[in-house]
Ligand binder design. Structure first.
Ligand code: NAD
Ligand code: ISE
Length: 335
């Protein structure tokens, strides 16, 4: 029997996940979509056989033909949707961020523990990107020795109109926070944010770019250049520097052309292009494991830790200086 999924939020990511479940992944179908914008929900539902449209997430989750929930509404709406899914004990794939701040993430962490089993996979899709997967596998062989530093670059063509300076951290650097924790197997203990004079290409008042330094409990440093109005393309790059060597991903060298006195390639323009394979594998994994009654991948703990680090990062941005991260003790469910 296919997994019957309700998709909450049918904007850019939600609509793309609906397409992915409908056309790319096998073993699942979308039986309900939900959006506060009724017209948007109706138009997405109209493209899928047997799919109903709703405006209230709780109503969709109470429907008899829903086995699992994919949350792709904006971050501030995630907590309510997660808690409603827990009430029905439904498995969830929740787009990042789990929630926008540490206190709300902690409430979700506590609610999942009260259920007594993991129900959530968080949408940190870089963990499924083949380049990131190869980098992690290499680090785990130990051949390069102990990781000392991780250098990350994260560039977007342009930020959406609602983007604020703190969202460069909480919405964008959130991915490097997770990638750092996952690649190195360390927790992040402190955050510092440096701010060069903003680019003339950034909207008035937006602190763009920023330079973020993450310290880890394994003694490593991870730095992030976040630049969300670079204008030229979507680039996500990472280089790890270890005791006996370095390794780098994200150079986009899959196709290099030589022509008319120049050599080079093309640059992706957005995440749907750069991470297409990662989103497919993320969703495929969630569907396959959920059908077997398992939950794997980034957990509610990972979502909470990322939210706590980002909250410290936003304080470091606003107040200047180094801000320590204060995590609760890791509960047994996530060890
Ligand atoms: P979007 O604005 O395009 O879409 C959000 C949709 O949710 C809109 O249609 C909106 O009407 C609807 N909505 C708002 N409140 C709702 C509620 N309470 N219940 C149901 N629907 C509601 O945003 P987006 O870019 O698709 O982002 C959605 C989520 O995906 C966010 O959490 C964002 O951080 C995440 N995201 C992840 C990636 C990634 O690379 N993994 C990329 C972009 C966005
Ligand atoms: C967006 O929400 C994402 O998740 C993208 O992956 C990221 O590159 C972008 O900066 C975020 O705003």
């Amino acid at each position: 029997e296919p997994l019957r999924i309700a998709v909450i939020g049918t904007g850019r990511m939600g609509a793309d996940h609906v397409r992915r479940i409908d056309r790319v992944v096998s073993g699942a179908r979308v039986t309900a979509v939900v959006d506060v914008d009724a017209e948007r929900a109706r138009s997405v539902a109209a493209g899928v056989d047997g799919c109903t449209a709703h405006t209230d997430p709780a109503a969709a989750m109470a429907a008899a033909d829903v086995d699992a929930v994919l949350i792709a509404s904006p971050g501030p709406a995630h907590e309510a949707a997660l808690l409603a899914a827990f009430e029905h004990d439904l498995p969830v794939l929740c787009e990042k961020p789990l929630t926008p701040d540490a206190a709300s993430a902690l409430r979700v962490l506590e609610a999942e523990q009260a259920l007594g089993h993991r129900r959530v996979q968080v949408g940190f899709m870089r963990r499924y990107d083949t380049e990131y997967v190869r980098l992690k596998a290499l680090l785990e062989t130990g051949r390069l020795g102990r990781p000392l530093m991780l250098h990350n670059r994260h560039r977007n063509v342009a930020s959406p109109p609602f983007f604020t300076s703190s969202m460069l951290i909480s919405d964008s650097v959130a991915h490097e926070v997770d990638a750092t924790r996952w690649l190195l197997g360390h927790e992040i203990t402190a955050v510092t944010v440096l701010r060069p004079a903003p680019s003339a290409g950034a909207p008035e008042g937006l602190r763009d770019p920023q330079f973020v330094v993450l310290e880890t409990d394994g003694g490593a440093l991870s730095d992030v250049e976040i630049f969300v109005n670079c204008g030229f393309g979507y680039q996500v790059q990472a280089e790890v520097v270890c005791e006996r060597g370095t390794a780098r991903i994200g150079d986009g060298h899959a196709l290099v052309t030589n022509m008319a006195g120049h050599w080079g390639g093309t640059i992706a323009q957005d995440w749907t292009d750069r991470f297409a394979q990662a989103y497919d594998d993320e969703l495929r994994t969630w569907v396959d494991t959920t059908r077997r009654g398992e939950i794997t991948g980034p957990s509610t703990w990972d979502g909470y830790a990322a939210a706590a680090v980002c909250e410290a990062g936003v304080r470091a941005l606003e107040e200047g200086g180094r801000v320590e991260v204060d995590l609760v003790e890791k509960p047994p469910l996530y060890r």
